[in-house]
Design a protein around this ligand. Structure first.
Ligand code: AMP
Ligand code: MG
Length: 416
């Protein structure tokens, strides 16, 4: 009999068996949520040209020396520069060009004076006013005022996004600024999954006495998709060795990067998953010192990593969070993505059995402090308690009880 592995030992063993899948190109429009397979180096300065940050007049700062409300400086307007156009003429001494936000700064100009600081300010009547022949300026500005210089944001040659980043909307925006239409990303890892158990019926079949719906497969598929994988559901294997083997064979044939199953890994009379995996692959461990989810198998089926999750829905979920998700993130090439771990304060005393325990809880922000209270009945078949939770509390192994007010670590699932 193997010694009981700690969660950390088991996870390390498991992660050693995973490496990122290969890359593929994806169009920018499909890139959100995908994981960069190489760093993006800018080929451009951004902004690419010095431009105005205000609607106003491009000027030479030296011309405005001493300008004030009671002592305006008058400049001759020699050009009108909307965004998207170059000034046809440079700005010389005593001259100005009307300019709009984002328009290129004309040659000769070194600053912009906002329209609000001139006699051309017309609150409430802003559209289609032709450029004036002259402008009176009521204020002096320094060189560079209201000018966004070339390269202020990004320099050509700079690394702007790193390998392993999951692309967010702002990342996609930056790629678009750089004119990148195709992005190298890791392929989505394929996760084949099967459920085992004579009691299971597909969700669209009405229940019969003693039967339950296969909920694990749907919960796990949702998790895989949310974490950037592709879920391939293979169905339900009844509690017979040949049936379990047939579905595992199908999983291995489906070119999966990872196979996960739920139930049938315990020591029950009909738990065949372990023996089938041992016969056609290798089992590295099948028990972990945690609660819920002690019967949890890891190995490979043929050459594909295999994780056998417990059957109880909460145990399957916790097993997913603790083992499948980290493995999937590694397959997906992600550098980050671990659940944010925060310290929280217990609202109530709690008991544990000495195994590393994952408890469902609601975390609330109260007076700048995160307080945690357990949800519902913590039985590992009770999914509502997980539905009502926004975090898992982690009670370290060796701890049997904690008083109200104690601090523990928690994994947050979403916004508070
Ligand atoms: P087992 O690991 O086979 O002993 O199953 C443990 C518990 O999980 C039993 O109550 C099963 O009915 C339940 N269970 C197993 N598979 C599923 C599933 N796919 N969906 C929901 N509950 C399940
Ligand atoms: Mg069973």
């Amino acid at each position: 009999v193997q010694p009981l592995l700690s969660v950390a030992e088991a996870r390390q063993l498991l992660l050693e068996r995973f490496s990122p899948v290969e890359a593929e190109p994806i169009s920018l429009g499909q890139a959100a949520g995908r994981v960069l397979a190489r760093a993006i180096v800018s080929e451009l300065d951004l902004p690419l040209f010095a431009n105005s940050s205000m609607d106003g007049f491009a000027v030479r700062a030296a011309d405005l020396h001493g300008a004030a409300a009671g002592r305006p400086v008058q400049l001759r307007v020699v050009a009108d520069v909307p965004a998207g156009q170059l000034s046809p003429v440079p700005v010389g001494g005593g001259e100005a060009a009307r300019i709009m936000t984002g328009a290129p700064l004309p040659a000769g100009a070194d600053a912009v004076i906002p329209v609000e600081d001139t006699d051309q300010y017309r609150p409430g009547n802003l559209t289609a006013v032709p450029a004036p022949g002259n402008v009176r300026v009521f204020r002096a500005v320094g060189e560079g005022a209201y000018v966004r210089p070339r390269g202020q944001d990004v320099r050509a040659g700079e690394v702007v996004l790193t390998t392993g980043a999951r692309l967010r909307p702002q990342d996609v925006g930056l790629l678009a600024m750089l004119g990148i239409t195709e992005v190298p990303v890791y392929r989505r890892p394929r996760v084949a999954m099967l459920s085992t158990g004579d009691e299971l019926l597909p969700v669209d079949i009405p229940l019969l006495p003693g039967k339950i719906h296969d909920s694990n497969a749907h919960m796990l598929s949702a998790a895989v998709i949310q974490d950037g994988g592709e879920a391939v559901y293979l169905g339900i294997a009844p509690d017979r060795e040949e049936a379990v083997e047939a579905l595992l064979e199908q999983a291995a044939d489906s070119q999966a990067d990872l196979i996960i199953s739920s139930a049938g890994v315990s020591v029950g009379a009909f738990d065949f998953v372990r023996s089938v995996v041992e016969r056609r692959g290798r089992l590295e461990f099948w028990r972990v010192n945690m609660r819920p989810g002690k019967p949890l198998a890891f190995g490979r089926y043929r050459q594909i990593p295999f994780i056998g999750l417990p059957g109880n829905p909460v145990s399957a979920f916790v097993g997913y969070e603790v083992f499948v998700r980290p493995g999937l993130l590694k397959l997906a090439g992600r550098e980050e993505g671990a659940r944010p771990a925060v310290r929280v304060t217990l609202d109530e005393a709690l008991e544990s059995d000495g195994r590393e325990s994952y408890l469902r809880a609601v975390i609330r922000l109260e007076n700048g402090r995160r307080s945690a209270s357990l949800t519902g009945h913590q039985g590992s078949g009770n999914l509502l308690s997980l539905v009502q939770a926004n975090a898992l509390l982690i009670i370290p192994s060796g701890v049997k009880s904690l008083p109200a007010g104690a601090e523990v670590e928690a994994w947050l699932f979403g916004e508070l």
